[in-house]
Design a protein around this ligand. Structure first.
Ligand SMILES: [Zn+2]
Length: 479
């Protein structure tokens, strides 16, 4: 048993309970007790005691929408969003992602996991295709994860293209097979930390037949599903062109909306669609930082009032949940022209407890006796956190990822005293830099028609890197 004493403990429970000079006892995967230090120290005299003086303990963050492998596009894609008005031509960036070998994909995903852990994330939903290429590395990170393998069956274009829908059934079948295989091999791995989910790419990238098949698969696997929904205005135009309905209306019409579904983004939508999502208690991934970068904003408070479960995600190309939490609060205050709402306690709940709920983890996301021991510990004695009087407000408004020194998942430290214990951080960063440099250099060298983005560092000669061309795989479709 571990007993952390003398800490400020923000439970994140429904009542907003905070224990000052508090202690938390952890036995195996779970929280055994919470309360005053003196009381718990007397109750558990044989526990391994960690002095939490000058520390604050919070529930860990749940990032319910990301694509770890897209760290590859960091610094390249952020300024290449599609237009919000016609003409729409499809795709989230005019530059394609460079292909990577499975081993290279695994390194980029470890890089994403490192940033996630360093920013206090304990649970992640990874949405991608070919997750089998790096599933073992994801288990080894120590993070709690839903690995949502993606399927689609529209070919010849990308998300947000109102042109004719060209379907290839084989592409859809291959995606369904990948989901089944990943589930058979990895569901329940890491002593139950890893679950396999179902991902449909987007309403304009999947046929009705495929969406219905994926809905049945999700039910038969007894798991959650996710879809990019009302993400960009080109998607809305495409669904209207194909079905004469708005995206959320379309999904409702085919029975795709329910409380084990995560709609990612939900920002290019009509008020009637917000009500539809609320009626079906859909989980919404509020991906605030990427939304702000794209110049778009969902109407989060309205969706919450309508009945949606609001949770948060980073999406590409960053994994910092501290930034996401604060950006979400700022965006809603600007959008509503209201300097008092939402409150930091609401933003914290979106980023923690609601995310666990969306991921189907009923006994995690807040600190309570019997719940999973997924928590973070920050060092409070820093200039920007002093005075530490209102713990939630100070952390949400002023906190930084670097404040977080310790991360625990399932009762195990995955970061301790600022050191990530589950990966060789220096190696991952070094290799990720080399892989990215090589991949982009090769892409630009082989495709001279693609304009190199302004400020890109000079391209080195593409090195003979020993990777056979046959090994290279597309890094999933963008999204
Ligand atoms: Zn996405």
């Amino acid at each position: 048993m571990i007993l952390i004493t003398n800490a400020t403990i923000v439970t994140g429970d429904a009542a907003g309970t905070i224990h000052h000079d508090g202690a938390i006892a952890i036995e195996g995967k779970r929280i055994a007790a919470l309360g005053p230090t003196a009381e718990l120290a007397a109750r558990f005299p044989k526990a391994e005691v960690i002095d939490g003086t000058g520390r604050a303990i919070f529930p860990g963050f749940a990032n319910i929408h990301t694509h770890f492998v897209m760290t590859l596009a960091r610094g390249v894609f952020e300024d290449l969003s599609p237009p919000h008005e016609p003409p729409f031509c499809g795709g989230l960036s005019p530059i394609p992602m460079p292909p990577l070998s499975p081993a290279e994909q695994a390194v980029m995903c470890q890089l994403g996991a490192l940033e996630a852990i360093r920013s206090g994330t304990t649970a992640v939903l990874e949405d991608a295709s070919q997750i089998a290429n790096y599933a073992q590395e994801m288990v080894d990170t120590g993070l709690r994860m839903v690995l949502a393998e993606r399927s689609w069956d529209r070919i010849g274009t990308s998300i947000g293209d109102p042109a004719e829908f060209v379907r290839d059934e084989n592409v859809g079948r291959a995606g369904v097979d990948r989901i089944k295989k990943l589930h058979a091999k990895w569901d329940g791995a890491g002593e139950g930390r890893i679950r396999i989910g179902v991902s449909a790419w987007a309403p304009d990238m999947c046929s009705t037949e495929l969406l219905q098949e994926l809905r049945e698969l999700q039910q038969s696997l007894d798991t959650i599903c996710t879809i990019h929904l009302n993400q960009i205005w080109g998607e809305v135009a495409a669904v209207q062109a194909h079905h004469n309905m708005l995206p959320s209306e379309y999904l409702e019409s085919i029975g795709f909306l329910h409380d084990r579904m995560i709609g990612a983004h939900c920002r290019c939508m009509a008020p009637v669609e917000e009500k539809i999502l609320g009626k079906h208690k859909v989980n919404v991934a509020f991906n605030s930082a990427i939304a702000a970068r794209r110049g778009l904003s969902p109407r989060v408070c309205e969706m919450e009032e309508a009945g949606c479960n609001i949770a948060m995600g980073t999406d590409n190309m960053a994994e910092d949940m501290v930034e996401v939490m604060r950006t979400g609060l700022f965006m809603e205050r600007i959008r509503r022209q209201d300097g008092r709402n939402p409150l930091p306690e609401e933003a914290l709940r979106w980023a923690t407890r609601n995310g666990y709920q969306a991921m189907g983890v009923k006994d995690g996301g807040w600190l309570a006796e019997g719940n999973l021991a997924d928590l973070i510990m920050l060092r409070t004695g820093r200039a920007h956190l002093t005075p530490f009087l209102r713990a939630v407000s100070v952390f949400v408004h002023q906190g930084q990822a670097r404040d977080i020194d310790d991360v625990m998942v399932d009762g195990k430290w995955i970061m301790r005293d600022g050191v990530v214990l589950t990966m060789d951080e220096a190696r991952v960063i070094r290799e990720a830099e080399e892989i990215s440099s090589r991949a982009w250099s090769r892409l630009f060298a082989e495709n001279p028609e693609i304009e190199v983005p302004e400020g890109f560092r000079p391209l080195p000669a593409v090195a003979a890197d020993g990777i056979k061309r046959g090994d290279m795989q597309p890094v999933g479709p963008k999204g």
